[in-house]
Design a protein around this ligand. Sequence first.
Ligand code: AMP
Length: 416
Amino acid sequence: MPFKSLGLCDELVRGILATGYNAPTEIQSQAIPAAIAGRDIIGCAQTGTGKTAAFVLPILHRLGQEQTTKKRVVRALIITPTRELALQIEKSVIGYGRFTHIRAVSVYGGASMENQVQSLRRGVDIVVATPGRLLDHMGRGSIDLRSVEVLVLDEADRMFDMGFIKDVRRIISAVPSRKQTLLFSATMSSEVKSLTAGIQKSPVMIQVGREFNPVETITQAVYKVQKEQKLDLLLHVINEHNMYSVLVFSRTKHGADRISKRLEKAGIKSIAIHSGRTQGQRVRALEGFKAGKFQVMVATDIAARGIDVKGISHVINFDVPSIPEDYIHRIGRTGRAEASGDAITFVSSDEHDQLRQIQRFIGMQIGVVKCPAFAAHESHKVDEVVPSLAEGSESGGEKKAAHGARRSRPGRRRRR
Ligand code: AMP
């Protein structure tokens, strides 16, 4: 189905084609016509499905249809949990809207308030904001939300997890009650459901893929390993399998720095990204990783939220995430927009409970790849963990490590 048939105006179709997209993804095919028709939407979509364009395009369409020569006012407000996501969304607005005259700005913490005030003062049509910084602007009177026609709540579940929900409710109460509300969430918790019930009118419910199900193009594997051997195993798998664009997740900032330093020492170009870094450092790290200057980027969960890098070949969970949802978000950094990718999780003896929770959450067991030199001590073995679906095996049993960039399924798309 071409983008044109979704009802988007010519300028936007040109903008999308210039971005390099040929056809809408599933969430886009379903959400765009409904949003253009003015409906409220609940989009339950996994990360990497193309959900950003699913809300950005109808907003640009609406604003483009009724553009006036009068002073610009904020007509669309997009709330998102992290600064990286805010920047990413702003970039999408600018990219898809390159043939329109719509102006957008992102406002987020950790950056100069003054510059944002100046941009807002010059007049914008769309504001992309993290909740805390938006409230700061509202408190200073540097933003007027009285003309908002479309409100987007992006990654609503994450905003709950991060404790932003009071802020979000305050923001909602400051925008007109007559508006279109588009809510996107990877998971539909009871909190998210109660939030939508209070603000949306007969929303169209769109669910892409099975809830909680990691995108199907991602191959998942577990390596059982002793904690103190994880750094060596990391070096081993990166080298052994020629991994060229690897995102490693660490639970802590300190851990991320330690891993990155160790990789550098071993001659692997690596950079750490976490909330202890300034915004400038984070942007430079991300740009460097995107440009291929770093083979590995080591990130914490919060910092990784907005990472949208094409061609991440592998995601490695150095630590097992303690919140099962984080597992989905982490592995969703690879295999974006229906491309393929591999996700590997290192599991030490003290992390088996978390792994069990994740497997329960995603409704499947993850295959174990056996790497004899790094196998966890037998006494820690937890038999429930992974009985089947070992690498390359359909019927089960553990297999020797074969999990790398060189192994590929027919039809898999890989950047070399
Ligand atoms: P999102 O789920 O919005 O974070 O998007 C994930 C990735 O898919 C981003 O890299 C987008 O640039 C890309 N993308 C979004 N829509 C399409 C499309 N229709 N065709 C190809 N790639 C897309």
